[in-house]
Design a protein around this ligand. Structure first.
Ligand code: F1P
Length: 351
């Protein structure tokens, strides 16, 4: 069995490990959002940027703290447009490897340029540069991968940031929900794998559109990145309501549309589903089990009930990861060796 598959399948275990250590890790940073006006900044590259985008939405949603996501490169190249200048900022610098050039350059730039910014490395490699360079670090070494593509590291780092958000907001109800996610994943894993494998093996599908709104948009983007990395399949991610505003032109026979449905937006998303169906798109819906009947006639994967949209976010990801993996295997590709990629992008001195 390839490493990628093992790492996707390991997530209920690694989520539990993250939940076991995150309270202590956050407390050890000594940081809080208690000072009035403190802003949150989330930065990363590639998968870690999509993570930053979801995390910023999730963070602001429950804390009310202004939260911005940015590619790490823009922190140093267009810093005035990204970094709040006159208020305290906690900047979460996300990088599985802790060695990506742009993230290290961004943290170094923040330290040299902004005395109002405290940096927190979020990483799966405590021994690498980021954890030492940043003012503080959240290290999830148990969630690192041997394979190139990021799967469990994405969900674990997101889960840790969600826990910090819920803790900051003093939302014990959400912390309780997060604590139930490993079991929900364990219970749902087989059906997720089966659903994803059926789609991934379908030779009639030639392009994929992932649709997610708000914090789910970063998840949709990350889903497409898995497909690109492992299979080089044409794919794009959109906010479902944005999809009608032009991009819907690309729908044709053989287009798979995969909807990450949140409970509160379900009625809006149903309208988009009707529209793409009329254009002969294939429709796949991931939704809490209680809403399955609302999507009768489509291929639906019921996700665990009993979670708010906010807490359920990471539960969508293993499905999209399994889908990319299944398609890679179907196409005869090795998921552990994606084309043109290595685990880390390190820029040469002149770049
Ligand atoms: C970020 C990243 C990965 C991508 C590739 C290169 O890594 O862009 O998302 O899959 O392997 O690196 P990191 O900064 O999170 O280690």
């Amino acid at each position: 069995m390839d490493k990628t598959y093992q790492e996707i399948s390991n997530q209920s275990k690694s989520w539990q490990q993250t939940l076991d250590i995150v309270a202590q890790s956050w407390s050890d940073t000594g940081l809080t959002f208690d000072s009035p006006g403190t802003h949150a900044l989330f930065i990363g590259c590639g998968t870690s940027l999509y993570l930053a985008q979801s995390a910023a939405r999730l963070f602001q949603e429950v804390t009310g703290i202004i939260s911005v996501a940015s590619p790490a490169s823009e922190v140093m190249l267009t810093s005035e447009a990204v970094v709040p200048a006159n208020m305290p900022v906690i900047a979460f610098a996300i990088s599985r490897s802790g060695t990506t050039s742009e993230i290290l350059m961004a943290v170094d730039y923040l330290h040299r340029t902004y005395s109002n910014v405290k940096t927190v490395g979020v990483t799966c490699h405590s021994e690498k540069t980021l954890a030492k360079l940043a003012h503080a670090a959240i290290c999830l070494d148990h969630a690192r991968e041997e394979s190139v593509v990021m799967t469990q590291s994405f969900t674990n780092m997101l889960l840790a940031l969600q826990w910090i958000a819920a803790h900051t907001a003093k939302r014990t109800d959400l912390m309780t929900e997060l604590a139930q996610l490993p079991q929900a994943l364990e219970t749902g894993m087989d059906s997720m794998m089966e659903f994803a494998t059926t789609i991934g093996r379908d030779a009639g599908l030639n392009q994929f559109i992932y649709l997610g709104l708000g914090s789910y948009n970063g998840l949709a983007e990350e889903g497409t990145l898995k497909l690109k990395e492992m299979t080089q399949t044409p794919c794009e991610a959109y906010n479902p309501l944005e999809f009608r505003h032009g991009p819907i032109s690309i729908v044709e026979q053989g287009t798979a549309t995969v909807f990450l449905v949140s409970q509160v937006h379900a009625s809006y998303i149903r309208g988009v589903i009707d529209d793409v169906k009329k254009l002969n798109a294939r429709v796949f819906v991931l939704t809490p089990a209680a809403f399955v009947d609302d999507f009768a006639g489509h291929a639906v994967l019921p996700l665990a009930d009993g979670f708010s949209d906010w807490a359920r976010a990471v539960l969508y990801m293993p499905v999209l990861q399994f889908l990319a993996h299944a398609r890679a295997v179907e196409l005869g590709l090795n998921p552990d060796r994606p084309r043109n990629l290595s685990q880390v992008v390190i820029l040469s001195k002149s770049e």
